[in-house]
Design a protein around this ligand. Structure first.
Ligand code: ZN
Length: 354
């Protein structure tokens, strides 16, 4: 009788393990990785251009069932290769704005996807709808995407490689894009969903058509501010940060944001045009915003100037090259007590932490 009870208990225990262990192992998780941290057009010391990869899944798939890329600056594909992510694995690419330091790596990604993944599926590309300006030009992510393969069509490469493998679509990589555009608004709007993952966007100031994003998953939430700054282009104003991004970031776990160090300001002698300085969010103001919205993590990226750089493009760095401590100090001045990550290429953050 005793034995039978033990036997039944043991069976129950095994059954419990069989049911509950996979569930425990399959806890949802999220990894945020900076695929590039360079600020603006300069090429400095091998840094890749701006980009953030958000991977989501569970413990069983290394938090990697879904892969969303936000911006694709110079060298993004190289950084992705270092973490074992190939273009064919991306589920969607989102663009904050049409500046080359956020876009010029996309042709590289699409050509590689075209070469080996022409049979599909198409890649969702999410960005702002065409925005005409009073100056007479139009910012068009739509055209950017439509023409992403043009140099390779014009050179004859697309036709040549198609002759070697008919699976490669003759129209080139643009044919593999499923373009999703939206009108940026002052309130968050959902622009992309898949399963239990939702991506929202909000209009933000930097250049026309700029948008900031938020990813919500059961493992946590991440805001990608891009190069957002305050709607008021110069002081006096309450902050250099965007009020729209702050709205989007309420209650978010992680804020990933471009930043400018205060040392580049017009009160010093960097020579940087005030417009260029003021349209970025200062590290101190980002810390203050992160504190106000209750974020646990602030990931600084697109550091102007890059750590260790002798110059920011043609502009001087008053006091000499900046260090991680300089950026950290600028954030600490805000009173933010969460975790600050001063971005380097491939800096990563996992939620929940291991
Ligand atoms: Zn930028």
């Amino acid at each position: 009788m005793t034995l039978r009870i033990i036997g039944a208990a043991a069976f129950a225990a095994v059954a419990w393990l069989a049911v509950s262990l996979p569930a425990a192992q399959a806890a949802p998780c999220l990894i945020v990785t900076l695929t590039g941290t360079q600020s603006g057009p300069p090429a400095v010391n091998g840094l890749a251009g701006a980009g953030t990869l958000v991977r989501y899944g569970d413990d069983l798939n290394g938090c990697g069932a879904m892969k969303l890329l936000f911006d694709a600056g110079r060298g993004t594909n190289m950084r992705l290769s270092q973490i074992g992510v190939s273009p064919g694995q991306l589920d969607a690419v989102f663009f904050t704005h049409m500046h080359s330091d956020h876009t010029e790596g996309f042709a590289d990604i699409m050509m590689l996807r075209w070469t080996y993944n022409s049979k599909g599926p198409k890649l969702d590309v999410v960005c702002s709808a065409d925005a005409a300006t009073p100056m007479g030009f139009t910012i068009s992510c739509r055209k950017f995407a439509q023409h992403i393969g043009d140099p390779f069509l014009e050179s004859g490469e697309i036709a040549q490689r198609n002759s070697e493998d008919k699976a490669r679509v003759l129209g080139g990589p643009a044919e593999l894009i499923n373009l999703i555009t939206f009108e940026p608004t002052n309130e968050p709007q959902v622009v992309w969903t898949s399963g239990d993952v939702k991506v929202s966007a909000i209009r933000s100031s930097h250049i026309v058509g700029h948008a900031s994003y938020r990813v919500d998953t059961p493992a946590g939430s991440v805001v990608i501010g891009g190069d957002a700054g305050n709607d008021i282009p110069a002081p006096p104003r309450s902050s250099s940060t965007s009020e729209e991004v702050e709205k989007l970031a309420q209650g978010a776990d992680v804020i990933v944001h471009s930043t400018m160090h205060p040392v580049m300001g017009p009160d010093r002698d960097s020579g940087m045009p005030p417009l260029v300085f003021y349209r970025q969010s200062s590290a101190t103001d980002l810390g203050a915003m992160a504190k106000r919205v209750g974020a646990k993590y602030l990931m600084l990226t697109h550091l102007g100037p890059p750590m260790g750089a002798l110059k920011q493009g043609p502009y001087k760095i008053p006091g000499g090259p900046l260090t991680e401590a300089d950026y950290r100090k600028a954030v600490e001045a805000s009173g933010f007590t969460g975790t600050t990550i001063v971005g380097t290429d491939l800096a990563s953050l996992r939620l929940p932490p291991k």
